[in-house]
Design a protein around this ligand. Structure first.
Ligand code: UD1
Ligand code: CA
Length: 454
């Protein structure tokens, strides 16, 4: 049977107190709605229909590259009305899963279970038994069979004692949606078209309503404010941390680890506390990441050790290198094996060859460094003339003395030596020594100025 996923995402989210539409608020670096779309895609749904309203085009444009059908609900007249507006584009056959753009963490397995449970009678739902059901729709059962959903505001005192609540996630055959939704009325405490009323319609037709409960409550929890958003962020991070530990990663403290994207790992990777990983990253066998590092779209090969507080963005790092502490690798940094990059060294759009070292206070931008070269403390590639960027080419086995400026475009040939404190503006030949400095002046037995007495 073909599956459609219908995602309700038209609400305003007043309690977020944000200019950003609620479904675009990020969780683990991805909009809430993005998580739901991701899960829908894992289900191989034939069609994903998203109902949007508040935030209009901003919401739509954020998912331009996704195969999604967008239906506008200009006025939010209730959850039933929201699904009603999809009827003109909803297939006549097949079955639909109804999800929410602000309930981001429902799992694929749970939805598959719901689909399976609902296939017989064509209607099923996810419920949850909670300690405090206030505010939620209550599941009214008779002899164990679901009879109706009663909204909190419409419920009697007796019904308010019911602890089984409606999560709002359903699975309904499209034929029934076409039949039932046009019959909804807004004759209730909130004057809204309640989607929940289809349950009573199903019961009236003698259909049995299947129900399942999720493995964990966070799967069906929605985000209405930033407090709930933070809570779900931690749930999500905890799940990711568990998964990484199962894969053999050592996390010094899984509660102080954040992954906002995808991480591929080899064996025996160790990650110390407060590390943030964003985008697509890869860590090879035995890689160690020190405390407080931030890695974005970066690949680090086996055996490399990263000391604390190093920042990577778009870097490719070879095997057995040593990085940091306090190193900054920017886009286009490409390090071969056994390279050493030390404290306060910034590398941008620069390749560094096998075993070369830049251990202290250095900027390497738009440069190529060969193998076995040593870049002294305080070396700067002056790559920018105020208008254009230029390249610095440094060969193999070069020694750059401390505090040198290499004014690009410039080449330093293999085996060359640059004396400390030089400003190099012309190419240096292979194996040559180049330095640029004033003669040292010396005055014997020099008397320092004395403090004048007042
Ligand atoms: C709904 C259920 C309630 C359930 C609860 C779970 C109904 C009538 N009630 O109540 O039984 O316990 O969810 O959280 O369905 N939305 C639209 N367009 C609309 C109205 C809502 O897109 O016209 C979206 C909202 O943005 C939100 C979701 O649907 O993401 C739920 O709407 P909301 O008004 O919060 O429903 P509840 O009153 O919480
Ligand atoms: Ca709600």
């Amino acid at each position: 049977m073909s599956t459609t996923v219908i995602i309700l995402a038209a609400g305003k989210g007043t309690r977020m107190r944000s200019k950003l539409p609620k479904v675009l608020q990020p969780l683990a670096g991805q909009p809430l709605l993005g998580h739901v779309i991701h899960t829908a895609k894992q289900l191989h749904a034939q069609n994903i229909i998203t109902i949007y309203g508040h935030g209009g085009d901003l919401v739509k444009n954020s998912f331009q590259h996704e195969h999604i059908q967008w239906v506008e609900q200009a006025e939010q007249l209730g959850t039933g009305h929201a699904v009603q507006v999809t009827l003109p584009v909803l297939a006549q056959d097949g079955i639909s899963l109804i999800l929410y753009g602000d309930v981001p963490l429902v799992r694929q397995q749970t939805l598959e279970q719901l689909l399976a449970a609902s296939s017989e009678t064509g209607i099923g739902m996810i419920t949850l038994t909670v300690d405090n059901p206030t505010g939620y729709g209550r599941i009214v059962r008779d002899n164990g069979k679901i009879q109706a959903i009663v909204e909190h505001k419409d419920a009697s005192d007796e019904q308010r004692q019911i602890q089984e609540i409606n999560t709002g996630i359903y699975c309904v055959s499209n034929a029934k949606l076409h039949e039932w939704l046009p019959k909804l009325s807004n004759n209730n405490a909130q004057g809204e078209y309640y989607l929940t009323d289809i349950v009573a319609m199903a019961v009236a037709e003698g259909l049995e309503i299947a129900s399942i409960q999720p493995e964990q409550a966070f799967e069906v929890e929605g985000v209405n404010d930033r407090i709930q958003l933070a809570a779900l962020e931690r749930e999500f991070q905890a799940q990711q941390a568990l998964e990484l530990m199962r894969q053999g990663v050592t996390l010094t403290d899984p509660k102080r680890f954040d992954l906002r994207g995808n991480l591929k790992v080899g064996h025996d990777v160790r990650i110390d506390i407060n590390v943030i990983i964003e985008g697509d990253c890869e860590l090879g066998d035995g890689v160690e990441i020190g405390a407080g590092c931030v890695l974005k779209n970066t690949k680090i090969a086996a055996g490399t050790k990263v000391q604390p507080y190093s920042i990577f963005d778009g870097a490719i790092v070879g095997e057995d290198t040593q990085i940091g502490p306090f190193a900054r690798l920017r886009p286009g940094a490409k390090l071969a094996n056994e390279v050493h990059i030390g404290n306060f060294v910034e590398v941008k759009n620069t390749s560094i060859g096998l075993g070369s070292k830049a251990n202290h206070f250095t900027y390497l931008g738009d440069a190529e460094v060969g193998a076995g070269s040593n870049i002294g403390a305080g070396t700067i590639t002056c790559n920018y003339d105020g208008a254009n960027k230029h390249k610095t080419m440094i060969g193999d086995a070069v020694f750059i003395g401390s505090n040198s400026s290499l004014v690009a475009p410039v080449k330093v040939g293999s085996g060359a030596t640059v004396g400390a404190g030089s400003v190099i503006t012309r190419d240096v030949a292979e194996n040559a020594l180049a330095f640029e400095r004033a003669q040292q002046v010396e005055k014997a037995n020099y008397q320092r100025p004395q403090k004048t007495k007042k």
